[in-house]
Design a protein around this ligand. Structure first.
Ligand SMILES: [Zn+2]
Length: 266
């Protein structure tokens, strides 16, 4: 599933293609959205919030998309064969005279007045990549929001209602970097520890946003059975959350061992 860094990169690409341009073609192939005509409107900006993408027009409309598991956006030159977007997997087409943005396999698509974006995003925690992130407040929200402090720290990191933008890769990598047992309950971590986890994820995601996804360095995610880069113990994996929402979290059983007397949620 795309995480906040992918959304940032996607938003930057779409923003470069569409900002300031008038839409000459706008097709939203989604439920009741087919009748909404955005052609003739000017794109003000394209931004990301957590795992959400927002295309805003200068006259106050917002197209909201969520990529879920398989979704992606790409940009093609208007008039080129790639820009036609006839395939059923293409659910959104937004084109200027020059560039066409196509969204395929999207998990969600909405159109709202920009002033009503909160109706779509109001349940989310702060974006971990926000310029003005209040780390202290985000750490407390990471501990207490959603289903409260009794869930595992890995599950809390994945819960977009607490903090938005982190998925399985950055949850696992930041827990590994901080040598934190992924299965201890989030309420057993103090605000400094939680802030350090968030700042670690934010730093790693920022590297990917600045230097591209190739710059992502996986020290634990996806390394099942391979030796830990620190202690050579075989990396393990376990599911955070319950079916059908389970998500794999990779960890080192030794570097991230449970601490005696610290409560866990497994
Ligand atoms: Zn280790």
């Amino acid at each position: 599933m795309p995480e906040g860094d992918v959304l940032r990169l996607t938003a930057a690409r779409l923003d470069a293609a569409l900002r300031g341009a008038v839409l000459v073609r706008a097709e939203l192939r989604w439920g009741g959205l087919g009748d909404i005509d955005l052609t003739g409107r000017e794109v003000a900006e394209v931004v990301a919030y957590g795992k959400n993408l927002l295309v805003r027009t200068t006259d106050g409309w917002t197209v909201h998309a969520h990529l879920r598991m398989e979704g992606r956006w790409y940009v093609a030159r208007t008039g080129s064969p790639e820009a036609e977007g006839r395939a059923p997997r293409v659910r959104a087409v937004l084109a200027s005279a020059r560039w066409t943005a196509l969204g395929e396999n999207l998990g969600m698509l909405n159109v709202v007045r920009s002033r009503d974006e909160r109706r779509l995003l109001g349940h989310l925690g702060p974006d971990v990549l926000a310029d003005a992130l209040d780390v202290r407040a985000a750490a407390l929200r990471l501990r207490d929001a959603g289903d409260g402090p009794g869930v595992s720290v890995s599950e809390a990191l994945l819960d977009q209602r607490r903090v938005a933008g982190i998925g399985t890769i950055y949850a696992a990598e930041s827990l590994f970097a901080r040598r934190t047992d992924p299965w201890r309950t989030v309420g057993t971590l103090d605000a400094d520890e939680l802030a350090a986890l968030l700042l670690t994820a934010r730093r790693d995601m920022t590297v990917a946003v600045m230097h591209g996804l190739e710059a992502r360095e996986s020290r634990v995610h996806g390394r099942l059975g391979r030796p830990c880069v620190r202690c050579r113990t075989a990396i393990a994996v376990r599911q955070a959350r319950r079916p059908p929402e389970e998500r794999p979290i990779f960890f080192c059983p030794r570097c991230q061992a449970p601490q005696p007397g610290v409560s866990r949620s497994v």
